[in-house]
Write a protein of this length. Structure first.
Length: 202
């Protein structure tokens, strides 16, 4: 494992854990919601699509023309992390409420919605965040297989923005994104270690 990546991930997960420990469920999400601004609306609305499965598939196709073995690893990582995330969302935690449902139940007023509450906001299957899982699974692959470490902080920061977008858009709680990030990272690292052991990539 690369030193910069290890340090960056440690800082990310340490600070992320502090948010979970010191903020009650919905508290951080409500605070972030009240910081809404047109710039953040634009940024988070579009950057969240990096966590869409179609984006990872596009990366697989593009990498086929650059380093096909990396493309295969991205595909494997995406498939495993996606299936695990889906299993947790649909089977293990099928009724976990999303922030919109949580705030509705508490009858909290003045919630700001970037997305249409009627057609775009989800209300269940909150844990873990699939977009965050997919993003970390993809970008950790880039970190591990990059020829240098100079882009590592950029990739992790980009992954953080995607995770934060899920909270800002009221699609997930921070804890959903935290464990989504952990899941995506673990799958990427395990696939990396296995491929190195089998000398799939020289």
């Amino acid at each position: 494992m690369k030193k910069t990546l290890l340090i960056t991930l440690f800082i990310y997960f340490f600070l992320g854990a502090l948010l979970i420990i010191f903020f009650k469920k919905g508290q951080f999400e409500l605070w972030l919601n009240q910081q809404h601004h047109s710039f953040f609306d634009f940024l988070f609305y579009y950057i969240t699509f990096i966590g869409d499965g179609l984006f990872s598939i596009l990366m697989v196709i593009l990498m086929l023309f650059y380093r096909w073995r990396i493309a295969v690893l991205i595909g494997i990582t995406f498939a495993i992390s996606g299936l695990l995330s889906l299993f947790l969302k649909q089977i293990v935690f099928p009724i976990a409420p999303r922030p919109a449902a949580f705030f509705d139940e508490l009858k909290i007023q003045n919630i700001y919605y970037v997305l249409s509450k009627q057609s775009e906001i989800s209300f269940s299957n909150s844990f873990p965040s699939g977009h965050t899982t997919t993003t970390f699974a993809l970008l950790i692959v880039f970190c591990l297989w990059g020829k240098t470490e100079k882009y590592t902080i950029f990739w992790i920061f980009l992954a953080f923005l995607v995770a934060l977008s899920r909270v800002y858009l009221l699609q997930h709680f921070w804890i959903d994104t935290y464990f989504g990030a952990l899941l995506g990272t673990m799958v990427s690292v395990l696939v990396y270690l296995y491929s190195k052991k089998k000398k799939f990539i020289l």
